[in-house]
Write a protein that binds this ligand. Structure first.
Ligand code: C5P
Length: 313
């Protein structure tokens, strides 16, 4: 085989409930993941040694060495697959998912690399085996393999697919002029909670275990976008806004322009807006971009499937 290309989606968190920090520095989560139609494309080809080329959105900010999450995932997979032949692989990542934007682009690329090498090497590992390997590289890799809408627990790597009707939801993403570091946002949340332990605005109280939002799950089952919009929640949002105050204006603008709901994507700084239908999403995207409250906008829909091979030859 000369090469395998995989397409992999960005993720949103429709709920992100964060518990207190664990001994290992991570936080236990309960989250509702939702894969949307913003895709990176990852190609792997046999090569003398491992390497990576990154093109597209934010490519200059992606490490092009062994720190690249796709290469780290491949190294972890290689340790489990004895017969992948000699030599390495060259990975080409065509990015459309912005970097450090709260959309799990790095985890997506790692997931795509696992699917691609599993195919290239005819290794035959199951998705759950790939997910376990991926979880050692990033908390969101397992979901990028699965796609759809799913409840995540633990660090986010323990997944249960959500029974969802065929409803497609229409989202507008507002990309920020800047980035946020995920560890910095979690650390800011811990500080906010330590300073104001009883403040419900800082997310679940310090020490509380996170809970799945039954009303969100019921809204998703009903397929009623207005109800879903009212239940979107993200415990990291106050922390992201404290580090990136301009997001407050973006979120307010989207709601004033008719979004059914608004929240920060994961650890930010992308803002996410739910629209009633494709037409409303287009109107909202045009108005938001005219309002000058973000760098650029994209319309996406979800749920979409997880990482999948698009060509192999
Ligand atoms: O696993 P991932 O590389 O996406 O995590 C990046 C950072 O985000 C971690 O090093 C940790 O600081 C923080 N994090 C966390 N709890 C999680 C997931 C991520 O504290 N469940």
């Amino acid at each position: 085989m000369t090469g395998v290309t995989v397409r992999v989606p960005a993720k949103l968190n429709l709920q992100l409930a964060v518990g207190p920090p664990r001994a290992d520095g991570y936080h236990d989560l309960v989250t509702v993941f939702h894969a949307v139609s913003l895709f990176d494309q990852v190609t792997v080809e046999p090569a003398a040694r491992d390497g990576v080329t990154v093109t597209g959105e934010g490519a200059d900010r992606v490490p092009a060495d062994q720190d690249n999450l796709a290469l780290r995932a491949i190294a972890a997979l290689r340790a489990e697959v004895p017969d992948q032949g000699t030599g390495g692989v060259h990975v080409t990542i065509a990015k459309r998912i912005p970097v450090a934007a709260g959309l799990a682009g790095g985890s997506a690329d790692a997931a795509a690399a696992l699917i691609a090498c599993n195919e290239l090497w005819a290794a035959g590992l199951t998705q759950s085996r790939l997910a376990a390997i991926g979880a050692t590289v990033g908390s969101d890799v397992a979901f990028a393999l699965l796609g759809g809408t799913a409840v995540g627990r633990g660090r986010g790597e323990q997944l249960t697919p959500a029974l969802a009707p065929a409803t497609q939801y229409h989202w507008v993403l507002a990309f920020a002029d800047g980035q946020l570091s995920t560890p910095a946002v979690y650390a800011a949340l811990d500080r906010l909670r330590a300073a104001r332990p009883a403040d419900p605005g800082s997310g679940a109280g310090a020490g509380a275990e996170p809970d799945l939002d039954a009303a969100l799950m019921s809204a998703l089952r009903s397929g009623d976008a207005a109800r879903v919009g009212q239940r979107l929640s993200n415990d990291l949002q106050p922390a992201a806004v404290s580090l990136f105050p301009a997001l407050r204006k973006t979120l307010t603008a989207g709601l004033e322009l008719g979004a059914l709901g608004a929240l920060v994507a994961g650890s930010g700084p992308t803002c996410v807006f739910l629209a009633a239908n494709a037409e409303r999403a287009l109107e909202l995207a045009v108005s938001l971009s005219g309002a000058g409250v973000c760098r650029s906008v994209a319309r996406v829909s979800g749920p979409v499937p997880g990482a999948a091979v698009v060509s192999a030859g």
